[in-house]
Design a protein around this ligand. Sequence first.
Ligand SMILES: *Cc1c(COP(=O)(O)O)cnc(C)c1O
Length: 435
Amino acid sequence: MTSKNSAMMQRDLEVIWHPCTQMKDHETLPLIPIRSGKGIYLYDFDGNSYIDAVSSWWVNLFGHANETINNKVKAQLDTLEHVLLAGFTHEPAIELAHKLVNITPQKLTKVFYVDNGSSAVEAALKMSYHYHLNLGKRKPLFLSLTNSYHGETIGALSVGDVALYKETYEPLLIANMQVPVPKDQSESAADEALAILEKVLQERSHEIAALILEPLIQGAGGMHMYHPAYLKGARVLTKQYDVHLIADEIMTGFGRTGKMFACEHADISPDFMTLSKGLSGGYLPLSVVMTSDEVYNAFYCDYNEYKAFLHSHSYTGNPLACSAALATLEIFEQNDILGENEKKRAYIQKRVEKFRSLPNVKEIRQQGMVTAIELQGYDVKERIGLRIYEYALSRGVLLRPLGNVIYFMPPYIITNEEIDKMIEVAYEGIERIIS
Ligand SMILES: *Cc1c(COP(=O)(O)O)cnc(C)c1O
């Protein structure tokens, strides 16, 4: 690495402990200091550019330094940077909540602001448990799907199933049960998984507050995908057995699956929906838990009945973050984003066909523009994902494989030529590990 990047890296490593990182890796693996971003590109201190093919951990929708979002946030900065949301309110939070109620499934009419994805999951779990408690029912268990990911705070980690994260912290986790996720995208796999869900609900529903799931795509679980029939069935069963359905759309929300929200593919309204990541266009930490009047009303009573929901964060509903979210929704309103994305999805689908002839490709799957290529024949210890990551960086593309799964989740503004480059580099990376 040449001088400026290297100097920045040294200065960083003196003081920063990076997330999800074995810091010793950086003795050999360069850390990339980013100086600026524009559109789908990130620029380092030595003038190299990188296509952000993973939307900076799935948050960015319309590119870095987006003009519409920048302008709205700048205007908000000169108006009001922050105010507490207890006893006070502000226009961006009000307007955003109205818009979210308008665009999410019908039952979702109330917005609870939080400030990051994991905390939204925590709030949804607590709200579900507390709802039943307020109705005189003790339901201390949650149900989730195998291979799921819902964040990394203790409660969110408890309902997740990423082995590496979970084993270490097992003794700290809260009570949770798991049912199998459909094994693939077929409708029959959805039916098989629903049969097991029904059996568990028959036996244990009196103890279970909610079923939490990532609709259609399990992101951190290697971009595993399943059929909308599972969502439809899970909605019917949870209703029948007095168990809430929490749709964690933190990653899938805002168009990633081809519709604005993944739940729309099954035409269902969950009891809770968690949103973050793309919510603010990838600009600022912000999240919400959306829920129904029915849930809201179970907490609504005289103070002395002590049924109020007990949860708050200092930066709840931050005005700058809400204004970034409003600008993001404005871009959806003024352009046919989902229509354009469908064309890009089809283009990506066509371009990844050639991966099928590579001997180490096990499966190619796609939902919306999210496209994953799963490799086979490698042990985790070989860290092939890391090798592909390093190769792609050297070619100016930021890919961040999940184990043996190479995936693309670019900002929506990517062009066909940029898609070609992103895919070509991934192809070469995969070819190189064969030989
Ligand atoms: C990223 C993610 C979370 C956690 O959000 P953070 O903001 O990283 O805490 C939760 N659920 C899903 C489905 C996610 O993809």
